[in-house]
Design a protein around this ligand. Structure first.
Ligand SMILES: Cc1cc2nc3c(=O)[nH]c(=O)nc-3n(C[C@H](O)[C@H](O)[C@H](O)COP(=O)(O)O)c2cc1C
Length: 177
């Protein structure tokens, strides 16, 4: 890994506060391309990406989590909802997670703020599942299971990069645990 690439990883942070400026279309396309180029088991690509820029929909979507973990969607310029077809792969969760991670990192490299919002296994403000709450707004089919949502916008906060020394190297075990 070259140093520039490592710097990109160290700089990545979850951004939840956005200026309201639009994310340039070119950058949004590059973020989508990063997702679409993801590795997937048996090259099944069981994922679908739902790109939302409609302000009213983003506001409605901000209620997709019970305890406010999705409230930043109301101020986001865009969201990319990643769903996986469970009939096409038994590892759709892993495949969708790779897409999410790649897009989140690409956004950061482009100076676009983003935050991963957990969708799978979570509840919305009205008590239904986050998945059904979003299915109602976005109309994805039953076989498409919700993984996560990436909130996107131009950053209105700056969080410090990680230093190499601060990384939890104690979690690395050589040859045995
Ligand atoms: C699987 C996953 C689920 C997450 N879910 C949420 C979420 O629902 N809402 C939120 O605000 N942040 C969420 N995050 C972001 C984490 O809170 C964040 O990565 C963590 O606090 C570390 O901060 P950093 O990303 O700035 O390094 C999630 C991150 C991951 C990887």
């Amino acid at each position: 890994m070259n140093e520039q690439m490592l710097e990109t990883f160290l700089n990545r942070r979850s951004i939840r506060s956005f200026t309201g400026e639009p994310v340039p279309m070119e950058k949004l396309n590059q973020i989508i391309m990063a997702g679409l180029s993801s590795a997937s088991s048996r090259a099944a690509r069981p994922w679908e990406l739902i790109v939302v820029r409609d302000k009213n929909k983003l506001i409605d979507m901000s209620g997709c989590r019970l305890k406010g973990s999705s409230r930043m969607l109301a101020g986001a310029d865009a969201a990319i909802v990643v769903v996986g077809d469970e009939e096409r792969s038994d590892v759709w969760i892993e495949d969708c997670s790779v897409v999410m991670a790649n897009m989140h990192l690409m956004a950061s490299a482009l100076g676009v703020g983003s935050c991963w919002i957990q969708g799978r296994g979570r509840e919305a403000i009205d008590g239904e599942t986050t998945e059904d709450f979003l299915r109602c707004i976005l109309q994805f089919p039953a076989e498409c299971r919700l993984e996560a949502i990436l909130a996107l916008g131009m950053p209105d906060e700056e969080l410090p990069a990680r230093s190499p020394e601060s990384l939890p190297f104690h979690k690395v075990h050589i040859n045995k645990y």
